[in-house]
Design a protein around this ligand. Structure first.
Ligand code: NAD
Length: 426
């Protein structure tokens, strides 16, 4: 028997249909009915799928829900969220409802500047090299702006220059930061092009050798901020508030807790980033690097008691999202989601996302500090378990309700309940 091999030359040159055939044949599934599943690309046209990534064979549908009750900077929003996790959308709606009457969220942004890094090595005199680069700020501005006249015309382009000396085990590295306003673009391609164009100049000015030329996902010149005050009577009183502050302090001090705390924030953030076709990994990387900026990993949010005894929450995190580039413009669903929110700029989108992240954190802290996280998860989770057990149609709700009543959401119990139901026993 010949051994099957993943070494397939020219796979990328095949049509989507041919690639599916090859992948199914490889897995011994050529005779299955899976091909139709792969060919169904849903709301992303097959040609577009093939344009967006390499070796495309299909799409992966994720539910999109709309978060309600969001009052952000005095404007009402319905916010589409793409997530496979139950309770995420409901958590945002609940948090937003509890602060709607007291004014909702206030947001701001530090700017839309991205950083590109140019790594220079083999420099015996890093101090001298550093100043040689800094002296040429105006020349560097011209080189960078020349790369992207469209961006410059739109009011963006090179803004600032920083040069750092990083002490690496093999010797000092001189790292140039190009700080570029990328306006409504996330800006990765824009700043990478500038860094690559500048590299030979930096080599000639310093005599060193350039290796990497790429943006930093620690987008700390592009911070989105959201704050909100939840009135004591809206959240259930002082004991709830104090429990939430204790939960926050746990995340502030302990990285094991902070990882889960920030994951909860990203439940909201990533869902909107995904729904708008933005780069989820860029936002996740930026968030976690920013959370560790003090030298230890900590909470992205801050929770305090106001002078009036209410609960104030705030979130500040890098938010490199755009309305141009990547899938943002090419995915029809991403465009539709932006239209539902009536988004006019990358800054506006960033601010909405920050509000959603803060709302998500509020709900998680409140659930954890009061009834525990499982209660809220229970009903949606029980539906998933009922589905996994094989329930169909109205059986799903009936088995799910039974699991919640029993207080144990488990697949074996769901199977037993489904059997009872079908046998006419429930
Ligand atoms: P892009 O290059 O497709 O578009 C940006 C360009 O569009 C600008 O340079 C400008 O010339 C033009 N433009 C038109 N209207 C504009 C407006 N109103 N504001 C700003 N620019 C406007 O996209 P990009 O944002 O440079 O790159 C984003 C893509 O890069 C994403 O798909 C991302 O996944 C990918 N990427 C990410 C990384 C990373 O995060 N480390 C690295 C490489 C690539």
């Amino acid at each position: 028997m010949t051994q099957k091999t993943s070494r397939i030359s020219g796979f990328h040159k095949l049509s989507v249909s041919e690639r599916i055939d090859q992948a199914l044949a490889f897995a011994g599934l050529a005779d299955s009915d899976l091909k139709a599943l792969f060919l169904d690309t849903g709301n992303l046209p097959a040609e577009r799928v093939d344009q967006l990534i390499e070796n495309a064979v299909g799409t992966m549908n994720i539910p999109v829900g709309v978060a309600t009750n969001l009052l952000i900077d005095g404007k009402d929003y319905l916010v589409p969220m793409a997530t496979e996790e139950s309770s995420v959308v409901a958590a945002v709606c609940n948090a937003a409802r509890q602060c709607y009457d007291s004014g909702g969220f206030v947001t701001s942004m530090s700017g839309t500047r991205m950083i590109a890094q140019v790594q220079l090595v083999d420099v015996p005199d890093p101090g001298n090299a550093r100043l040689s680069i800094l002296e040429r700020a105006e020349e560097i501005r011209a080189i960078c702006d020349d790369c992207d006249p469209v961006l410059v015309r739109l009011g963006g382009g090179f803004r600032d220059l920083e040069v750092r000396i990083v002490d690496a085990p093999s010797g000092p590295m001189v790292v140039t930061h190009l700080i570029v306003d990328t306006r409504d673009a996330m800006g990765a391609n824009a700043v990478n092009t500038m860094a690559e164009k500048l590299a030979p100049h930096i080599e000639s000015w310093t005599g060193g050798r350039v290796y990497l030329r790429i943006l930093s996902n620690l987008a700390d010149r592009r911070l989105a901020r959201a704050r909100c005050v939840w009135k004591l009577d809206a959240i259930g009183g002082g004991a709830v508030r104090d429990g939430m502050i204790k939960a926050y302090e746990f995340a502030l001090m302990d990285p094991y807790r902070a990882a889960t705390h920030n994951k909860g924030i990203m439940n909201g953030v990533t869902a909107v980033v995904m729904a708008t076709g933005n780069d989820t990994r860029a936002i996740e990387a930026g968030a976690h690097a920013y959370a560790a900026r003090k030298g230890w990993y900590s909470s992205l949010t801050q929770w305090e008691v106001t002078r009036d005894g209410d609960l104030a929450g705030s979130l500040e995190m890098p938010m490199a999202v755009g309305l141009i580039g990547g899938a943002t413009k090419l995915h029809p669903m991403a465009r539709a989601c932006l239209q539902i929110m009536d988004i006019q700029s990358a800054e506006q989108l960033s601010r909405v996302i920050a509000a959603v992240g803060l709302a998500q954190n509020f709900s998680a802290l409140k659930a954890l500090a009061t009834e525990g996280i499982q209660k809220g998860h229970m009903s949606l989770h029980s539906q998933n378990i009922a589905l996994m057990a094989g329930a169909q149609g109205d059986e799903i709700a009936r088995v799910a309700r039974r699991l919640v009543d029993l207080g144990t959401v488990r697949i074996d119990i769901a199977e037993a309940e489904l059997k009872k139901l079908r046998d006419g026993g429930v």
